[in-house]
Design a protein around this ligand. Structure first.
Ligand SMILES: *Cc1c(COP(=O)(O)O)cnc(C)c1O
Length: 394
């Protein structure tokens, strides 16, 4: 097996135009803060139809800033999905809040609305209602945001969408990020995600105060806005008003992000073509393919399949067989509450049975821009062989 035969589960697509944009920015006057970051923010906000955007160095930073802007502090409760990357939970811990989880829906693998409502009723009785809930648009498919917004109103919590997987996805025919049903929505531009800026993240919101709060905190707690300064002795002047961080995005990252953003529609189209091909190639296998809700159009960040319940021990074998045949798969996700760090807060195996069962049986097949038809056929063949070998297919 040569290295070039290996098919990863996900990877970036970098074009000559992307490279040219980064090189020309490298030759410009600004490497850190400059016109490209602002252009990336305004272009993305316009694309998803949000009023304000704040670009930073990662989605993790965005989530942290979003929690801070919504006033999350020591002793507050923040709820998210256990079926996510740890960053969706860690952001609340940075603010000293307690993290709690809501089990997932067995079809969409997103936060279950039923479980959320049940947990809210109980939390209200116990006076432990969350300040913020962070639904995660798993694999690029939007959560049922209208239902979440309704519960937010009823129970008085705020909503941060973790849309790290979901740039370019639509919910009710509108782009995820328009914040119709949330306070803030966060995107990631890590290379495995839909578009990349190498590292990078962006939060969008329709609330000017939240946007200002996030901006200030991303820039060491400083401001240069004349309306906010106590005095304006000269052009050099800025003031620190609060304790912030250095979460800035660079011009190089923004140049790459902008160029990638111009390719977003094509990326989503290609992912949908791949999805259709997998539907055909895998249709006779006894596995569950990703469910697509009618109310949304997924950005298809991942293609998680589910092995049948009757074969609880086969996942590792299938995973290893695929890897050994040069097909990179990955598991999304190890339930966050099962991480040793979170177990110190009392979480244990069995707390979120749907997410745990899903974790035991899932496997993400390769899905990325540039994945060819031939490669998908190879994935399907090797997967079939692995299922035969492990007794799932006779
Ligand atoms: C990737 C990811 C993040 C973190 O993104 P970074 O840009 O790497 O910080 C957060 N949440 C989810 C669901 C992710 O997949």
């Amino acid at each position: 097996m040569t290295h070039t035969d290996f098919i990863p589960y996900g990877r970036q697509s970098i074009s000559d135009e992307d490279i040219a944009e980064v090189v020309s920015t490298l030759q410009s006057d600004f490497l850190t803060q400059g016109p490209r970051v602002v252009e990336f923010e305004t272009t993305l906000a316009k694309k998803v139809n949000a009023r304000y955007a704040c670009a930073v160095n990662s989605a993790t930073s965005s989530l942290h800033l979003a929690c801070l802007a919504l006033g999350v502090k020591d002793g507050d409760y923040v709820w998210t999905s256990p079926n996510t990357f740890i960053a969706s939970a860690n952001c609340a811990r940075y603010c000293g809040a307690h993290v709690d989880f809501v089990d997932i829906d067995p079809n969409t693998y997103n936060m279950s609305i039923e479980a959320l409502e049940k947990k809210l009723i109980l939390a209200k009785q116990q006076d432990r209602l969350p300040k913020v809930v962070i639904p995660v648009h798993f694999a690029g498919q939007s959560c049922d945001m209208q239902a979440i917004a309704k519960l937010a109103k009823q129970y008085g919590f705020r909503v941060i969408e973790d849309a790290s997987h979901a740039i370019g996805a639509k919910y009710q025919n509108k782009y995820v990020g328009n914040c119709e049903f949330s306070d803030i929505c966060v995107f990631s531009f890590h290379p495995v995600k839909i578009i990349t800026s190498a590292e990078g993240g962006m939060a969008v919101t329709n609330d000017e105060n939240l946007a200002k709060h996030m901006k200030t905190h991303a820039h060491q707690g400083t401001t240069k806005d004349p309306d906010e300064l106590t005095q304006v002795p000269g052009d050099w002047y800025y003031e620190q008003h609060t304790l912030g961080f250095n979460y800035r995005m660079t011009e190089l990252q923004a140049a790459l992000g902008l160029s990638q953003l111009s390719r977003l529609d094509d990326f989503i189209k290609q992912r949908h073509q791949q999805f259709q091909r997998y539907q055909v190639l895998l249709k006779n296998l006894p596995i569950t393919l990703p469910f697509q809700a009618e109310s949304s159009t997924s950005s298809l960040h991942l293609f998680p399949i589910l092995l049948p319940k009757q074969y609880p021990k086969t996942r590792k074998a299938v995973f290893d067989d695929l890897r050994n045949a040069g097909i990179g798969t990955q598991i999304h996700y190890i339930p966050v509450h099962n991480q040793p760090y979170y177990q110190q807060f009392g979480f244990k195996l069995g707390d979120y049975p749907v997410a745990e069962d899903y974790y035991q049986r899932t496997l993400s097949l390769p899905m990325f821009v540039g994945l060819t038809k031939q490669q998908q056929e190879r994935v399907a063949l090797v997967l079939r062989d692995a299922l035969v070998k492990n007794g799932v297919v006779l």
